[in-house]
Design a protein around this ligand. Structure first.
Ligand SMILES: Cc1cc2nc3c(=O)[nH]c(=O)nc-3n(C[C@H](O)[C@H](O)[C@H](O)COP(=O)(O)O)c2cc1C
Length: 401
């Protein structure tokens, strides 16, 4: 098996003390490791510590007197690397990378590394992290196809509680390692994923919709593309999302249906995470309806998208549906699974206030065609997404041996 080359960039944050363990994990798992530190990072952990672990030189300065080699070090290091991981990534370094500033070895090499697989692991004080300028800079990187390994929430070194704590190094390693190994597993597999609500117009300025935020569908698209799958995401309210995958914005259920009908044959795995409106106004007014005379809204049913698509499904494809039930959950979800010829259905309990709509967390039950049931306890939507996508891949592989 090829030994992958990972270049770890360490910047000046408190969490730098956790990175020796990350290096150990990579080395233990047969990765070749090189390290670049910013000057500020060396205030937190010395280069000596890392040199003892990786048994080679740690790079800090771009311009070392008397060395010809160092003049092009930033290019050599990028050529050597298969993957670049910046952990911890300070707000400062994230800002510099987002805006093309190359004032030290690490930021200079990031200017060269535009075609590399790059993971950024932000870690900082909660207020620093939530500051709109930091959020915008992270968004810029996401749009440039950097993989952002979001920080955890919890108590930080400064005593603040909130998001900003470096993701556990075991989790960082697992995610990156999974990405590297999954490339073979996911490569060439095409996902078509829907997310968020649909909106159904009453008149040119008003619509009816539902509380779906799209977070679950985006998490699914994020994970599938992180693992190397080719992803098309369709939905409403997705404008602010990055460019790791293609996105098509729609408003109405009927638009979503048409787009899916046109495209679904070209994809291997369909995941319908969108909360499609069941009903739409029977008549849409051409002009804004005036107030004063009251309004009785007559609704009619939207077409059942999954039922329509099931007519186009071939034996090699995997279809995954979502069910938001408030009663008789498992029984109803199973009925849907059979009626719509699905391979898996993800059952949400939409009555719980602490999870589901607009939350970063969810608790779901996966129900499979062979009657198997998998209860997933409350966890982050990103983690649930990885379980759903891994299961879908497993089913896809079993159908396409
Ligand atoms: C004790 C201490 C802890 C710090 N921790 C962090 C941190 O966790 N995250 C962060 O973004 N900045 C942190 N900073 C601020 C950065 O060190 C500072 O912005 C610095 O310029 C970053 O340089 P670099 O990005 O080149 O490594 C800390 C500063 C100090 C003095």
């Amino acid at each position: 098996m090829k030994k992958h080359n990972v270049l770890i960039g360490i910047t000046g944050g408190i969490a730098a003390y956790k990175i020796p363990n990350l290096c150990r994990l990579f080395i233990k798992n047969s990765y070749n490791v090189k390290i670049v530190m910013t000057e500020n990072a060396t205030n937190f952990v010395s280069t000596l510590t890392f040199e003892a672990i990786i048994r080679s030189k740690v790079y800090v300065n771009e311009f070392i007197e008397g060395s010809n080699e160092s003049a092009i070090e930033h290019i050599n290091l990028v050529d050597w690397a298969d993957i670049i991981v910046i952990a911890p990534a300070t707000a400062n370094t994230i800002a510099k990378i987002a805006h093309g500033i190359g004032d030290n070895l690490l930021t200079s090499l990031m200017l060269v590394a535009s075609n590399k697989t790059i993971f950024i692991c932000p870690a900082m004080n909660t207020r620093m992290y939530l500051n709109p300028v930091t959020q915008q800079n992270i968004e810029i990187l996401r749009k440039r196809s950097f993989f952002i390994i979001e920080p955890d929430e919890g108590e930080l070194a400064c005593g603040d509680v909130g998001p900003g704590r470096l993701k556990e190094v075991n989790d960082i390693f697992d995610l990156i390692n999974k990405h590297v190994n999954a490339l073979d597993n996911f490569k060439g597999i095409k996902f078509i994923i829907t997310a968020g609500p649909t909106i159904e117009y009453i008149d040119p300025v008003r619509f009816i919709s539902n509380r779906s935020s799209g977070k679950m569908g985006i998490a699914l698209a994020d994970y599938a593309s992180l693992m190397g799958g080719e992803v098309l995401l369709i939905g409403h309210l997705l404008q602010s999302h990055g460019k790791l995958f293609n996105t098509i914005i729609i408003d109405k259920a009927i638009e979503m249906l048409e787009l899916l009908k046109e495209n679904v044959k070209k994809y291997d795995i369909l995941i319908m995470a969108a909360a499609v409106a069941d009903f739409k106004p029977k008549n849409v007014a051409n002009e804004k309806i005036k107030k004063g005379e009251g309004l009785i809204l007559e609704l009619e049913e939207n077409p059942d998208i999954l039922k329509e698509l099931s007519k186009l499904k071939n034996d090699r494809q995997v279809f995954v549906g979502f069910a938001a039930e408030t009663s008789n959950s498992i029984e109803n979800a199973r009925k849907k699974l059979i009626e719509k010829n699905l391979d898996m259905i993800v059952l949400n309990n939409v009555l719980r206030q602490d999870i589901g709509f607009d939350s970063d967390y969810n608790e779901v039950t996966l129900i499979f065609k062979n009657n198997e049931i998998l209860q997933i306890p409350k966890m982050k939507k990103s983690e649930i997404a990885s379980i759903i996508v891994d299961k879908a891949i497993e089913i896809y592989k079993s159908k396409n041996v």
